[in-house]
Ligand binder design. Structure first.
Ligand code: NDP
Ligand code: 8X3
Length: 253
């Protein structure tokens, strides 16, 4: 049966691939992000190709009133949401804490932690109307281990890990599945954003091994939604074959 999904960060990388994966299965989508033109293009592509309904919502997850206004603006026919995918997020900067830039820290904490909380809080009343509500948080291997120069990004993903566990407890009596998917390195725009637009340096990070691609994560996220009602993947870590964990990646160059 077709579901309605609310996906944050659908303009790029994992979020876009997740939207494409669920569209292919005939689900209806609310796709969100800050870049309106990308959202509109994706809406056109998916609604035509798969004959599904797509609604775009353009907002910054860091802005609490923008988040609340956007979700309050949903037309009645879009107020039943079955799956919330908290994917929007970023790393900003790669440096030791002593050399860190406090603006980078604010952006990461505001987006990855507070943004995820604002969206979850605002979407939950709509999600609770579903017969099979499911929240999927995109965490990271950085939420399990801390690595050199990862400090604040890792802290935000550790927070996502804690929030996912807390939500699972708090929502237990409501029958909401809460799944955390924790990927290792995947080649998206993530490293370009982390390195403040330096595409060449970002590309080099993936030299000498095969990282995951966004479709890998989308397939796993989709799988997590196909289980029987009584069964929930709580936490799932995935990496490319070349990566053992945050510290060890086998590179040939
Ligand atoms: P991308 O940079 O390709 O995509 C990030 C998405 O997040 C974009 O759609 C962007 O949309 C959205 N986003 C960022 N900031 C905001 C904001 N303030 N408000 C609304 N949307 C925002 O990266 P990925 O697809 O790789 O990353 C997706 C998630 O996966 C992130 O949470 C990341 O931390 C996590 N992750 C990534 C890994 C990787 O190696 N790539 C590994 C593990 C986890 P827009 O700019 O249009 O607002
Ligand atoms: C992104 C993966 O290894 O850059 O969450 O932290 S990593």
């Amino acid at each position: 049966m077709s579901k309605t999904l609310f996906i944050t960060g659908a303009t790029s990388g994992f979020g876009k691939a997740i939207a494409q994966r669920f569209a292919k299965e005939g689900n209806n989508l609310i796709i969100t992000g800050r870049r309106a033109e990308r959202l509109e293009n994706l809406k056109q592509e998916l609604s035509k190709k798969y004959n599904i309904k797509v609604l775009t919502l353009c907002f910054d997850v860091r802005n609490e009133s923008e988040v609340n206004d956007a979700i309050k603006s949903l037309p009645k026919e879009w107020q039943n949401i079955d799956v919330l995918i908290n994917n929007a997020g970023l790393a900003s900067g790669l440096s030791t804490l002593q050399d860190g830039n406090t603006q980078d820290w604010n952006v990461m904490i505001d987006t990855n932690v507070k943004g995820l909380l604002y969206v979850t809080h605002a979407v939950l009343p709509l999600l609770l109307k579903s017969k099979a509500p499911h929240i999927i948080n995109i965490g990271s291997t950085a939420g399990k281990e801390v690595y050199l120069k990862g400090n604040i990004y890792c802290a935000t993903k550790h927070a996502v890990n804690a929030i996912s566990k807390a939500l699972r407890i708090d929502l237990l009596e409501k029958g909401v599945k809460v799944t955390q998917i924790s990927p290792g390195a995947a080649e998206t725009e993530f490293s370009i954003v982390r390195l403040h637009g330096d595409e060449e340096a970002a590309k080099k990070l993936y030299n000498g091994y095969q990282p995951m691609v966004a479709d890998d994560i989308a397939n796993v996220v989709h799988f997590a939604t196909t289980l029987p009602k009584h069964l929930c993947i709580n936490d799932l870590e995935l990496t490319s074959l070349a990566q053992a964990n945050s510290y060890y990646t086998y590179k040939t160059e």
